[in-house]
Every structure is written in structure tokens, then in C-alpha cells.
Write a protein that binds this ligand. Structure first.
Ligand SMILES: [Zn+2]
Length: 424
């Protein structure tokens, strides 16, 4: 990606120290457009530390102090290579002193600042910068050292689930928002593990791998706007476009806007909304018998809990009169069957079914749906894996074992899927 900048004020090179031989003869006029290809920090001739950008013009490279250039896009620092003294040609000829970057300067590369009086050691800063660059995460600006450590540990933990947390320009995660996402993913993971345990009697470490099998890769983006509906449509009744607090895009990306964190009504908790958005992945991704999962779901009408699932071995009949019968939380955006069935998964993961026959009947329905989704996952994808490895086990248990083996030996490595280069 090319980063374009504009020189703000006419520069005079006698007062602006330049790095030789990367000098540029003559003056640089205000409003000149330049292409920026590197950043460093150095002392100016008054001994004050500044960031400097390396710019390219037809005549060659020159360096300019950061306050004398403007950019059309924010947060460019983490996209530019940081040029160290050793990498600058003939550093002895430079007219200013390139210094070891301070903590502040280093963290600025990834858009983060430590609060007054807070410090980290050099090794930790290196790991933090590496993690933020690796995951493409943007954080809120100011942090204490302890909170920053916790934020990185959340990123690492979520990565082990196959989840990366991104932030778009101008947006950034706060620690409490990250904790909320982690709680929500944990709920989905332990809920999914329960279904794997029931179906296959596997127990060890199923939270992480169960989630990876069914939901990874998943990118979660913090968007700093109130409405994340990409195609707002005016409702003829209200004359307004309903605000989307969050959305799931094609089963692989969650977009969480400001209201996902601040706009909660008494009707549901923020966890419920994030669990709902995550649950959308199931209906998006899995097509048992070529159908949507909601095609197997009784929205309204009669349903029988099978005898095998009841305490006394007798089936129990009930009649759903309403979409919401048996649910305690309903963060859905409409009454489309994909939304209603997603609320069913949500109630399952947050343990939100009502303590009633209808609640138990919904739970029984979701057991059936999760069985279909998991079998679909193992049949469609497990089969490919088995073929690649030259293994011919056609039972679901065998395929699950092969997939678990595979997950055991591979680190989740699908980050490139989300790189702008590939998705542009
Ligand atoms: Zn929804």
C-alpha cells in the first residue's frame, strides 16, 4: 500500500537537518504531494526528539519532521517500516543524531501510549508491538502497563480459538470491550464443547478445538460508528433506517459498533448480542442436506421432545405459539427464520432457556440442530482432510479424531485470509 502525504509548510533545509546522502536539494514547497516510505526518530538540532518520515520524490528521498507533513488517512504509523540508525545509509554523515527510540515512540508505532508514570521493559514492548502488528489489532490510545498486558493476553487467547480482533481506522478496543468479547466467545466455546461431549464423548480441551472446528476463522472488528448496517433501508412505517448495533458478515466476520457496547436496553446483555452475532456463523456456514439450519427448526407449531431425551423415557409434546416461546433473551434484528434460529443458539450458549416445557423443547431442538451442524462439518470438511492424509475413515468419530489431530499439530495460521492485500 502506498502512503501519500502532503508537506504542510515550505521547508528550508538549512534549518531542517537532513540525512545524507538521502538529501533533497533545494526547498520543499508547501502542498507538495509526496509518497512516504519509512519512519524513524531522531533528535533535531535543538536536541528534541521527533518522529521523522522518509519521503520519496522523483529526485530522491528526503526526511521531514512529522509535524511538517499531513496525511489523508489516520493511523499510518503501524503501516510504515521503522528505519533504524543501522539501516540509514552513511549514518555518520547525518546532520542529526538518530537515537534509540523511546518507549513512547515505539508504542506510538502501534497507536498506543502509556499513561503518565507507567513503564514496561524493552522485551515486553517488543512482544506487545509484535502481537498488535501480527493480529492487526487497534487499541484505544492510553493504557496502564497492567491493562496493556491483559489486552495482549486476551488477543493471544482468542487467537488460540481462531479469532482475531481488528479495529478499523479511528476505532480501537478498550480493555472492557475486549473482556466482553472474550466472555462471549468463552460462552459459545463451552456451549459448543457440551454438544461435542454429548455426541462423541470427547472431553479434553474441547472448548478451544470445538470452537475452532465450528467457528474459526473468525474476525471481530470494532467499528467506531453507531450503525453498522452496510445497506441501510428506510422503514416505510417509521421513516427511519433501524440502526444495526452489530452484524455478522458471511459467517466469517463480526462488526461491532459503539451501540453494541453502550446501547443495551434491559432486554438483553451485551454478551447476549455478541453470542448472537457469533451464532450466526452456524446458519451461514453449515448446509446439512443442502438446506439452511433454520429449515429444520420449528418456529411455531407442535414439537415433541423425543423419549430418549427425557428423564422418564416418555416423549413430551408441546406447541410453540410464538417465536420467542422458551427463550429468555432475544437480541435478533428481525423475525427472519435465520434470526430466530440464531436466538435459539444464543439461548443455548448463554443458558437462557426458560425453566419450562417450552424451554426444554427449544433446548431439545437446538441439540438436534447442533448435531446436524457438527455432522455437516465433519462430513464435508473432515472428509477432505482425511483424503489429503490418505486416511479412509468414513465414520464421524474417525473424522473427528483426524481433525482433532490436525488441530493439535497446527497453530491457527489463517491470518492472511484477513489481510487487505488479499481482500482488496
Ligand atoms: Zn442477528
Amino acid at each position: 500500500m502506498e502512503i501519500k502525504g502532503k508537506v504542510i509548510a515550505t521547508t528550508n533545509y538549512r534549518s531542517l537537518p537532513l540525512i545524507a546522502p538521502e538529501t533533497f536539494a533545494g526547498q520543499q514547497k508547501a502542498n507538495t504531494n509526496v509518497s512516504v516510505n519509512g519512519v524513524t526518530n531522531a533528535l533535531d538540532d535543538h536536541g528534541t526528539e521527533h518522529l521523522w518520515y522518509r519521503c520519496a520524490l522523483a529526485d530522491g528521498n528526503f526526511w521531514i519532521r512529522s509535524d511538517l507533513i499531513s496525511f489523508s488517512i489516520p493511523s499510518i504509523l503501524d503501516q510504515l517500516p521503522f528505519v533504524t540508525a543501522a539501516e540509514i545509509p552513511n549514518p555518520k554523515k547525518i546532520a542529526f543524531t538518530v537515537v534509540e527510540p523511546s518507549q513512547d515512540t515505539l508504542l506510538k508505532q502501534v497507536g498506543v501510549a502509556l499513561a503518565a508514570g507507567e513503564t514496561l521493559d524493552a522485551e515486553e514492548i517488543k512482544l506487545i508491538i509484535a502481537a498488535l502488528k501480527r493480529y492487526g489489532t487497534r487499541l484505544r490510545k492510553e493504557w496502564t502497563a497492567a491493562n496493556l498486558r491483559e489486552a495482549i493476553s486476551i488477543l493471544d487467547k482468542l487467537f488460540s480459538y481462531g479469532v482475531v480482533m481488528h479495529g478499523s481506522d479511528g476505532g480501537g478496543w478498550s480493555l472492557s470491550e475486549m473482556q466482553l468479547v472474550q466472555r462471549s466467545i468463552d460462552l459459545v466455546a463451552s456451549g459448543t464443547a457440551r454438544h461435542f461431549q454429548r455426541l462423541f464423548n470427547v472431553a479434553d480441551n474441547m472448548d478451544t478445538v470445538g470452537f475452532r472446528l465450528m467457528f474459526a476463522p473468525l474476525r471481530i472488528v470494532r467499528v467506531p460508528i453507531d450503525d453498522v448496517n452496510p445497506n441501510p433501508v428506510i422503514d416505510p412505517k417509521t421513516g427511519k433506517s433501524p440502526k444495526w448495533w452489530a452484524r455478522n458478515s458471511r459467517g466469517f466476520e463480526l462488526y461491532l459498533g459503539n451501540l453494541a457496547f453502550t446501547g443495551m436496553s434491559f432486554k438483553f446483555r451485551p454478551e447476549d448480542l455478541i453470542v448472537h452475532e457469533t451464532s450466526h456463523c452456524l446458519n451461514f456456514r453449515y448446509r446439512p442436506q443442502g438446506k439452511f439450519l433454520y429449515d429444520f427448526y420449528t418456529l411455531k407449531g407442535s414439537y415433541t421432545i423425543p423419549a430418549a431425551e427425557t428423564f422418564d423415557g416418555k416423549s413430551v409434546k408441546t406447541n410453540f405459539l410464538d417465536f420467542d416461546d422458551g427463550y429468555s433473551t432475544r437480541p435478533r434484528s428481525s423475525d427472519h427464520p435465520a434470526e430466530v434460529v440464531t436466538d435459539a443458539f444464543t439461548n443455548d450458549f448463554v443458558n437462557g432457556y426458560q425453566d419450562s416445557v417450552k424451554g426444554e423443547a427449544r433446548r431439545s431442538q437446538v441439540r438436534g440442530l447442533m448435531k446436524l451442524a457438527i455432522e455437516n462439518r465433519l462430513k464435508e470438511y473432515g472428509a477432505v482432510r482425511a483424503r489429503v492424509r490418505g486416511e479412509s475413515d468414513k465414520t464421524l468419530e474417525g473424522r473427528l479424531a483426524i481433525l482433532l489431530d490436525f488441530l493439535d499439530e497446527t497453530e491457527f495460521a489463517d491470518l492472511n485470509l484477513f489481510s487487505d492485500k488479499i481482500m482488496a
